[in-house]
Design a protein around this ligand. Structure first.
Ligand code: PEP
Ligand code: MN
Length: 336
């Protein structure tokens, strides 16, 4: 339920209303949009009589929210959420490129890629240290050593870093990691989401391989309802009957998620396609569809990459892609 309180309502009256609502067992999130004060009610609202509230002098309107996702719902928060990671802004008209290898492999590799992508305009460095691999015989990542190397690349370039967490036990290793990624396979690991919701880390939540947008937003809700509002959504392709690509990039998810939610929405064309030559057209399509950014896998030696080489683009390809994404962005979204 959303309660629009008249702008000129005095603080005492507002506090009385909020206290009463809280006594009915709901959590109240208050924000102002300039025209009115918006009270977003989270939790079980069956003890709040909407007609009674609507009849209060200070209330202009009561809207029942039928969607099960509340905190992430745009109805609760009409303006885009802008997340600030060490001065890099994500969402709200900013365009953010996250780039780097699938996995951190060595100091030389991560530092070379970090320098190259930064030079081309990427603002955040990605690199997996704990890798969710289909086969237990595949490279599993350098684990905490990988995080150390990422931090070295961060010191060298000044770029904030993002890396995937697989279980809450490794959270201490992520202390200096700026953005914690929850991968597609863990999108519905609810205990992990709740724990991350108790931190103040920025969370990059990837859509599950076979999850609906509703389920995706409910996973964001797990993090947000535990206290952490810093969530970035990432469309990374879903499983369909098509086998020519690794996954199918759900382009419509981008404008839809932006309509449904105020959270920043980025796209990952690398995991969506699994094919390096498709990264560019899919990235440009995502930018055209209004994505707030992209996350792309870049490797300095894709043929010898320990993970996801076939979908990794080279630094020079990233550089040209970056220029074209900015061109598309400036033409289609010139005000932003
Ligand atoms: C990744 O980004 O390295 C990754 C494993 O992605 P996803 O969870 O989308 O498969
Ligand atoms: Mn990968």
């Amino acid at each position: 339920m959303i309660i629009y309180v008249k702008k000129n309502t005095d603080q005492k009256q507002l506090d009385t209303l909020i206290n009463w609502l809280e006594s009915r067992g709901v959590e109240v999130h208050a924000l102002s949009n300039g025209k009115s004060i918006i009270l977003g009610l989270i939790g079980d609202t069956q003890n709040v009589d909407a007609d009674l509230v609507n009849n209060l002098d200070c209330v202009s309107r009561v809207v029942k929210v039928k969607e099960p996702y509340k905190s992430s719902n745009r109805k609760f928060h009409p303006d885009d959420t802008v997340i600030d990671v060490c001065g890099v802004k994500i969402g709200g008209g900013n365009f953010t490129a996250i780039a780097g290898p699938c996995s951190v492999e060595s100091t030389e590799q991560i530092c070379a890629v970090a320098k190259a992508v930064k030079e081309s305009g990427a603002s955040i460095l990605r690199g997996g240290a704990f890798k969710p691999r289909t086969s237990p015989y595949s490279f599993q990542g350098l684990r905490s050593k990988g995080i150390e190397l990422l931090l070295e690349a961060k010191r060298l370039t000044g770029m904030p870093i993002v890396s995937e967490i697989m279980d809450i036990g490794s959270l201490p290793v992520f202390e200096h990691v700026d953005i914690i990624q929850v991968g597609a396979r863990n999108m519905q690991n609810f205990e992990l989401l709740k724990e991350l919701g108790r931190t103040n880390k920025v969370i990059l939540l990837k859509r599950g391989l076979a999850n609906t947008l509703n389920e995706f937003l409910m996973s964001a809700e797990y993090i947000m309802s535990s206290g952490n509002q810093n969530v970035i959504l990432c469309e990374r392709g879903i499983r369909t009957f098509e086998t020519a690509t690794r996954n199918t990039l759900d382009i419509s998810a981008i404008p839809l998620l932006k309509k449904m939610s105020h959270l920043p929405v980025i796209a990952d064309p690398s995991h969506a396609s699994g094919i390096a030559s498709l990264v560019r057209p899919l990235a440009l399509a995502a930018v055209s569809a209004g994505a707030d950014g992209i996350m792309v896998e870049v490797h300095n030696d894709p043929e010898h990459a320990l993970c996801d080489g076939p979908q990794s683009i080279r630094p020079d390809e990233f550089s040209s892609l970056m220029q074209d994404m900015l061109k598309v962005r400036n033409i289609l979204y010139p005000q932003k």
